[in-house]
Design a protein around this ligand. Structure first.
Ligand SMILES: Nc1nc2c(ncn2[C@@H]2O[C@H](COP(=O)(O)OP(=O)(O)OP(=O)(O)O)[C@@H](O)[C@H]2O)c(=O)[nH]1
Ligand SMILES: [Mg+2]
Length: 692
């Protein structure tokens, strides 16, 4: 592909609810641009951007994929973004670099959660957008219903550019409201026809809205409009384009991606109405050393800088870092600086990625998107820049993981391979983390949802040939005592050979605060336990603490006072007194030991309508509601304290309770005693596990 100047580039993200047709639309655009010869189908697993085995198997997109194409002397860097909520991280990455977005809405399903999330993300990132109402070929397709829903939610910014022509319920064409001409589909082409009389009443009011929106953009046009003069098509286009570029006007067009109808019009609209890189202003970073702000204006004469927004590991080429050039140009064979890692990276091969296909290029201009192979330290979210003009850009705000599962290697002895494989997968997916829980020794993986983690396990199998099984992570319970006892520990072994003798009396008491783990007090008088053995008693007890007497969980909040004992001048040793201490420790089962569970502060954000359900559900989880805070925009925050044990699958439950409109955050607050009935079950289960 030839190099285009920055003003001829359009970086656009195809976003929206799952299964609305984003991948099919991308495929249609690639086909129309002759970037591919065959129009692939999601059902057959033959599309360009759904190339991962798991995507092909499940007929959904899992990771964002770039699809560069040429159209009308412009270069469109299309990024096909997954709609399924578990992969929202992919949207965060893509929207960090695109200059515009196309939100795909189903003509049957209308505006649903994924549409709203896509719109909100665009608002948050200040990204101009266009809406493509897809699936117009389906029965019950209802363009008007969708427009009304959009207007209700987003008001006057919604500007239909077309009105579909429906004949006998069939989608046969559309009226272009700006050009005031009707187009009819003829196979893969379109022919102009006159606007059906029956549609005049429908088209007029929509055109008026557009003309008024155009008139409002300037005094001059306003005057012309109110003097009763018609605005020219060019005046309307220019004015409306201004509104689109600053995000005040959101064009709506329609079509059928699967039938490749209306897609060329979408491509024209992207070229004519959506901004080139830098058209909505420059980008600000900071000087990596001084922290001073550094402005860049997407100019090729500025020092090179780029932001890496995605990393993929290709089986043949290896690691590919996908980036957007924010200033200057990048060519092969040079060194660049990574201010995040404070390292220099060598730029070897640069590629354009169209799905899994790579096309070598030797230069990438300002505003363009490409991939570089085999960078050593660079990760997603990092900046690359010219060492002589350093700049550091803000990274990518990925969603926090909201669900964790424990993983065990299917085959014994493969733990290391599993851990390193999972770790490699975090390179490609910043919303996925893997770590070892120091206390429970479990390998924990965390992600955005259950499907996310399931797919990670499949990828581990596909890429590294090792299998894992999932378990719910162990709850880090604690144990403490509620009663003071005096306990004796007597260790005596004097049957031939070197004898062992240690004898202690220890008073165990509950400490007022379980935050404090353990306190040892030496109250020995008269040397009944020689000084040199007392630290051994303390050490012996501390070693025992990690395994509680009730269920084997760590013990906290215990004061141990060594107040008596005896020794043998020959057979006593540090080891003997450590053992004696552990024998006394075992008597703690008489000190009314109880189980403590971690209590979490839950901040749950949901639309007003779901408040009651959420509160009811938290109460069922032994939660205590602390408060409710209105957040505006019809959103409420419910704050509660809930036992961690009740929140294992909350991410999944909250998603189904709120149709994925809710989000939550959990933070540890304190330990509290577990109710007796629940404690009995936990103790029983621990006994079974210890028996295994
Ligand atoms: N009838 C009809 N079906 C369509 C159209 N566009 C896509 N589909 C079908 O809808 C299903 C989902 O299409 P995809 O392109 O995978 O949708 P997507 O938005 O990429 O889905 P995710 O990647 O999972 O978010 C597939 O079976 C497509 O064949 C359309 O215009 N009309
Ligand atoms: Mg898709």
């Amino acid at each position: 592909m030839k190099n285009y100047t920055t003003n001829k580039i359009r970086n656009i993200g195809i976003i929206g609810h799952g299964s609305e047709g984003k991948t099919t639309l991308t495929e249609a655009m690639l086909f129309n641009a002759k970037a591919i010869d065959r129009f692939g189908r999601v059902e057959d697993g033959t599309t360009t951007t759904d190339y991962d085995p798991e995507e092909i198997k499940r007929h959904i997109s899992i990771s964002a994929a770039t699809a560069p194409l040429e159209w009308n002397q412009h270069k469109l860097n299309v990024i096909d973004v997954p709609g399924y909520f578990d992969f929202v991280g992919e949207m965060a990455g893509a929207l960090r670099v695109v200059d515009s977005a196309c939100i795909v809405v189903g003509a049957v399903s209308g505006v649903i959660v994924g549409t709203e999330k896509a719109w909100d993300y665009c608002k948050e990132y200040g990204i101009p957008r266009i809406i493509f109402i897809n699936q117009m070929d389906r029965e019950n397709a209802n363009f008007k219903k969708v427009i009304d829903q959009l207007k209700e939610l987003y008001g006057t910014s919604i500007a239909p550019f077309q009105v579909p022509i429906m004949e006998g319920g069939q989608f046969t064409g559309f009226v272009d409201v700006i050009a005031m001409k009707a187009m009819q589909f003829k196979g893969k082409d379109m022919v102009e026809i006159s606007i059906p009389d029956s549609m005049k009443d429908e088209v007029e009011p929509i055109r008026t809205i557009l003309v008024e929106a155009a008139a409002e953009t300037s005094e001059e046009l306003m005057e012309k409009y109110f003097s009763g003069e018609d605005l020219t098509e060019e005046e309307i286009r220019t004015a409306v384009r201004e509104g689109v570029v600053c995000g005040d006007v959101v064009p709506v067009i329609c079509g059928s991606a699967v039938n490749n109808q209306g897609v060329t019009t979408l491509m024209d609209t992207i070229v004519n109405y959506l901004p080139a890189p830098g058209e909505c202003g420059g980008i600000t970073g900071e000087h990596p050393q001084t922290g001073e702000p550094v402005e860049r204006t997407y100019s090729s004469s500025e020092p090179f800088s780029a932001l890496v927004f995605k990393t993929v590991v290709d089986p043949f080429v290896g690691k590919l870092s996908i980036f957007k050039v924010m200033s200057g140009e990048l060519t092969t064979g040079i060194n660049v600086y990574n201010p995040n890692k404070e390292k220099v990276e060598k730029i070897n091969n640069i590629y354009l990625l169209r799905g899994k296909k790579q096309e070598s290029v030797d230069k990438v201009v300002t505003g363009d998107i490409a991939a570089v192979a085999k960078l050593q330290v660079t990760m997603t979210g990092d900046t690359l820049c010219d060492q002589s003009g350093p700049v550091l850009y803000e990274g990518i705000r990925f969603p926090e993981p909201s669900i964790s599962l424990a993983v065990v290697a299917e085959k014994e002895g493969e733990e290391e391979k599993v851990f390193s494989g999972l770790y490699r997968l975090t390179e490609e997916d910043p919303t996925f983390t893997v770590d070892k829980n120091q206390e429970t020794g479990e390998m924990l993986i965390s992600g955005v949802g259950e499907m996310h983690l399931e797919i990670i396990s499949k990828r581990l199998q596909n890429k590294f040939g090792v299998g894992v099984a999932f378990k719910e992570p162990k709850i880090p319970y604690r144990e403490t005592i509620r009663k003071s006892i005096k306990a004796e520990g007597r260790h005596k072994k004097q049957s031939g050979g070197h004898g062992q003798f240690g004898h202690v009396w220890i008073e165990f008491e509950p400490l007022p605060d379980t935050e404090q783990e353990f306190e040892f007090v030496d109250k020995i008088v008269g040397g009944v336990v020689p000084k040199q053995y007392i630290p051994a008693v303390d050490k012996g007890l501390r070693e025992c603490l990690s395994k509680g007497v009730l269920a084997g969980y760590p013990m906290v909040g215990i004061k141990a006072t060594l107040y008596d004992g005896s020794y043998h001048s020959v057979d006593s040793s540090e080891m003997a007194f450590k053992v004696a201490a552990s024998l006394a420790y075992r008597k703690l089962d008489q000190a009314n030991p109880v189980l403590l569970e971690p209590i979490m502060r839950a901040e749950v954000i949901v639309p007003d309508d779901y408040m009651g359900d959420i509160i009811g559900d938290l109460n069922k989880r032994r939660g205590r509601i602390l408060g409710m805070n209105p957040l505006g925009n019809g959103m409420q925050e419910v704050v509660a304290e809930v036992p961690q044990a009740e929140m294992a699958k909350y991410a999944t439950d909250l998603r189904s309770m709120t149709q994925a409109r809710g989000s939550f955050k959990l933070t540890f607050v304190r330990y509290e005693e577990v109710p007796a009935n629940i404690s009995a079950k936990v103790v029983e289960q621990a006994k079974q596990e210890n028996a295994e």
